[in-house]
Design a protein around this ligand. Structure first.
Ligand SMILES: NC(=O)C1=CN([C@@H]2O[C@H](COP(=O)(O)OP(=O)(O)OC[C@H]3O[C@@H](n4cnc5c(N)ncnc54)[C@H](OP(=O)(O)O)[C@@H]3O)[C@@H](O)[C@H]2O)C=CC1
Ligand SMILES: O=C(O)C1=N[C@H](C(=O)O)C[C@H](O)C1
Length: 267
């Protein structure tokens, strides 16, 4: 069977580098055909920039149109919230199946990309979190909120993370809001004496973002009832935790016929 030709956007970043190594480790089924990063060193190919010592000369592209030379089947995106929408649009317009890990796509951007995917008759995946434990945490939280509508999300990440709250926290809130009895939490006359103390407000549920060195990616969904509580906790201790999910998405995305949100669509 032909190998799946994979291009990694954001290849110099934390997730991009981890993904490139994972693709290379799966050489029986995947081929790393290039990397994209507008700020990559124009004098060095991807193999040099990732310090690969296998003698390979995989190209690095700094202009998005140039990536077409690599003829990728699948585009894995770990870039920035500012670039993810246009990168995904580019993939769809050029029949490259997108696997989007980058956070920051708004609901209306996802709707527009879904329409483009339909026009192009191409599927794709937008995955807020590739860790299986995170997928389960979101599923369990959606179940629990039917019985415990009082809930707060505490997400904890490394201190280089650019966006807050995390994409995972927003997706968890969105999934819970779809089944939760509408409710504003806390006392009706509560007042913040320090701005932001009560966190962000997503349809009445509060989201708190912690940023500390030493952390990778963690989330606690904490429910309260009368005289009882339930906490669902998920931890990624290493970026390796995301790679089984990324590999699965790369393997399955070309079989999708529409743009889907969530790894659960290919599990
Ligand atoms: N879905 C999931 O399971 C996960 C998602 N993420 C998400 O992935 C994204 C990346 O995270 P992380 O790797 O930690 O971040 P990094 O900052 O380490 O990496 C992002 C990379 O993208 C590069 N870049 C900037 N602009 C562009 C562009 N226009 N096109 C292509 N590349 C660009 C950056 O280059 P430069 O530094 O030169 O600006 C950088 O090398 C974030 O949105 C994060 O939330 C992270 C972990 C798991
Ligand atoms: O930036 C990160 O690190 C992560 N980003 C994603 C998010 O915002 O949810 C996924 C995971 O939490 C790691």
């Amino acid at each position: 069977m032909a190998k799946i030709r994979v291009l990694v956007a954001g290849f110099k970043g934390r997730m991009g580098q981890t993904t490139c190594h994972m693709i290379l480790e799966h050489s029986a089924e995947f081929e790393l055909v290039g990397g994209f990063d507008p700020y990559s060193d124009p004098n060095q190919n991807l193999s040099q920039q990732l310090n690969l010592t296998d003698g390979s000369e995989i190209p690095a592209f700094s202009k998005i149109e140039a990536t077409l030379q690599a003829k990728p089947d699948v585009w894995v995106d770990f870039t920035t919230p500012a670039s993810v929408q246009s990168n995904t649009q580019f993939c769809l317009e050029h029949q490259i199946s997108p696997v989007i890990g980058t956070t920051g796509l708004t609901a209306s951007e996802i709707d527009a990309l879904t329409a483009t995917a339909a026009q192009q008759k191409l599927g794709g995946l937008v995955v807020p979190n590739f860790a299986l434990s995170a997928v389960l945490m979101m599923k369990f939280a959606q179940e629990a909120v039917k019985y415990f509508p009082d809930v707060e999300i505490i997400e904890l990440h490394h201190d280089n993370k650019k966006d807050a709250p995390s994409g995972t926290a927003l997706r968890t809130a969105e999934l819970m809001a779809a089944v939760r009895k509408p409710k504003q939490q806390g006392a009706s006359d509560e007042q913040e004496t320090l701005t932001g103390a009560r966190g962000g407000n997503y349809e009445g549920m509060r989201i708190h973002s912690v940023r500390l060195p030493g952390l990778i990616a963690h989330q606690q969904v904490q429910f309260g009832g009368v005289g009882e509580g339930l906490t669902i906790r998920q931890d990624s201790y290493d970026r390796a935790s995301f790679m089984t999910g990324v590999a699965l998405a790369v393997r399955k995305v070309q079989g999708l016929t529409t743009l889907k949100v969530g790894l659960e669509n290919v599990l």
